[in-house]
Design a protein around this ligand. Structure first.
Ligand code: CU
Length: 509
């Protein structure tokens, strides 16, 4: 039998899904809606990773497009159907809906049962690069995520090509197994798929330039619970800090590896707006433009004073909007995302007509350092919060315990107290990181401004997710309490969140 092409492979599985997995009786009878109503199905998909079929989830419309594109000023009018074979809840990351439509299991919405659906309808005033993803269990690792692009109608006439890329970290393993191993210190060696790293020579990929320890000490050291086959201690060995805990099989860009990257046709000399989403479950990345220089114009969908560069720090759940002025030659320009503390990468290619794309290695030539807040400290909001003294302040301790317990103010989610706030507050919240890993902290329902790093104040970027560096890193955010309800506040590293690093913020009015 002829091998199905990648496209046919995907189409075939989508068609099977819509016919077989959706008994029409289960679909609520519904009159045709007014213009702008969209149906998004959370469903099962089969993608191909490194020549092997992988069963994952996805969020697609009937026309097969992933996620959603809309205009600012419209309503987010969506029916979400759950076809994944288990309950789910989807969160609209970066939007600021009424809290009951925010899509967080245990805080704002009951999970939608398999075969069920849920309607959402709220105004979206702000343009930006956002995304949607499961906020239930570990489904996000299984790629239950998609772009959510809100265009600015005022920019419709611009001569600028839009390229949307959702990055992901991919594993063939069951995420529940990964979490269980992390929680038991990884001693269940029998269950691990990849062979343990060799005793010597296996760690070069994770050594950092300038690391104090030499290779001999490295290979001789006891990695204890942090390096057991499936999990690997990454890169930076300054003191106690470490990077990735999960050894991924690949990084993906729009579902694909560099063996078969998505190629976007572009015009030489043209302008491109990259809308980039770090949809990884637990991998901070570097966005690497190779030989090109780009202009960063927005982070997390919110405009910043432009920053030129070729490499940008790109923490879990964050977004980067980068404008490229392409050279005039007919060439191909890859856009890479590289893991921190290593060299595994993925990417897409911008290719002029007739340009040869060539083979792109799935490993960078060098290890990339830890993602930190060097970029963060250089960012300045283009539309900062109004100057106002804080009416409420809190310092939140980010903590860790044995067996992969992660805490906020000393409590795991479930034993936590909601953070109290009241309408009209200017809240300044300082994250103080007492742990050995960095944490991408995400506040739902509000935009915040980064106003201080390690106590040093500046008028930083407006964001919804900020990385708090390991080992006593301290980041202060400010926001206006203008969206009453109950909101999630958590680390966006999926296994940290599952390990307890989540709480809520509740208005007391
Ligand atoms: Cu974390």
């Amino acid at each position: 039998m002829k091998t199905l092409s990648r496209r046919r492979f995907l189409t075939a599985s989508a068609a099977t899904l819509s016919v077989a997995a959706v008994p029409s009786l289960l679909l609520p009878a519904r009159p045709a809606r007014a213009d702008g109503h969209k149906v998004i199905a959370a469903g099962k998909r089969v993608i191909e990773v490194k020549g092997k079929a992988a069963n994952v989830f996805g969020l697609t419309q009937a026309d097969g497009s992933s996620g959603l594109v809309m205009n600012a000023g419209e309503n987010f009018r969506v029916t979400l159907k759950n076809l994944i074979g288990e309950p789910t809840v989807i969160h609209w990351h970066g939007l600021t809906p009424p809290w009951q439509q925010d899509g967080v299991a245990g805080i704002s919405q009951e999970p939608i049962p398999d075969g069920g659906s849920h309607d959402y309808d709220f105004p979206v005033a702000r343009a930006g690069t956002f995304w949607m993803h499961s906020h239930f269990g570990l489904q996000e690792q299984l790629m239950l995520a998609a772009p959510l692009i809100v265009r600015d109608p005022a920019e419709a006439g611009q001569d600028m090509q839009e390229v949307v890329v959702l990055f992901h970290d991919f594993t063939f393993r069951d995420p529940r197994e990964i979490l269980a191993e992390l929680q038991t210190g990884g001693h269940d060696m029998g269950a691990m798929a990849p062979a343990p790293a060799p005793a010597t020579g296996g760690h070069e990929g994770h050594n950092m330039p300038g690391m104090a320890m030499d290779g001999g000490q490295m290979s001789g050291m006891d990695h204890g619970s942090m390096n057991m086959g499936g999990m690997q201690m990454g890169g930076q060995m300054d003191g106690m800090s470490h990077l990735q805990d999960v050894q991924y099989d690949a990084l993906l860009a729009n579902d694909r590896t560099l063996d078969d990257p998505e190629v976007f046709p572009v015009e030489p000399g043209g302008r491109v707006r990259l809308r980039l989403i770090n949809g990884a479950a637990s991998t901070n990345m570097w966005l690497d433009l190779g030989k090109l220089t780009g202009r960063l114009i927005a982070v997390d969908g919110m405009p910043v004073e432009p920053v030129e560069g070729s490499r940008f720090e790109f923490a879990v759940a964050q977004r980067l909007d980068i404008v490229l002025e392409l050279p005039k030659e007919a060439s191909a320009w890859p856009v890479f995302a590289v893991q921190e503390g290593g060299r595994m990468r993925t990417g897409v290619v911008l290719a002029a007509k007739g340009a040869s794309v060539g083979k792109l290695a799935d490993m960078a030539d060098e290890d990339f350092p830890a993602v930190g807040i060097e970029l963060e400290q250089r960012l300045r909001a283009a539309k900062p919060l109004a100057e106002k003294a804080a009416t409420r302040q809190h310092t939140m301790m980010l903590g860790e315990g044995p067996n992969y317990v992660w805490t906020l103010d000393g409590a795991m989610h479930g034993q936590d107290k909601p953070l109290a706030v009241k309408s009209g507050d200017r809240f300044e919240l300082t994250f103080m990181n007492h742990t050995t890993m960095s944490h991408p902290m995400h506040l739902h329902g509000h935009l915040f401004q980064v106003v201080a790093v390690n106590g040093k104040r500046f008028a930083g970027a407006m964001r919804d997710t900020v990385l708090v560096p390991a080992n006593m890193g301290m980041v202060t955010i400010a926001f206006d309490a203008d969206n009453a309800g109950k909101w999630a506040l958590h680390c966006h590293h999926l296994y940290h969140m599952a390990g307890g690093m989540m709480t809520s913020m509740a208005y007391d009015d």
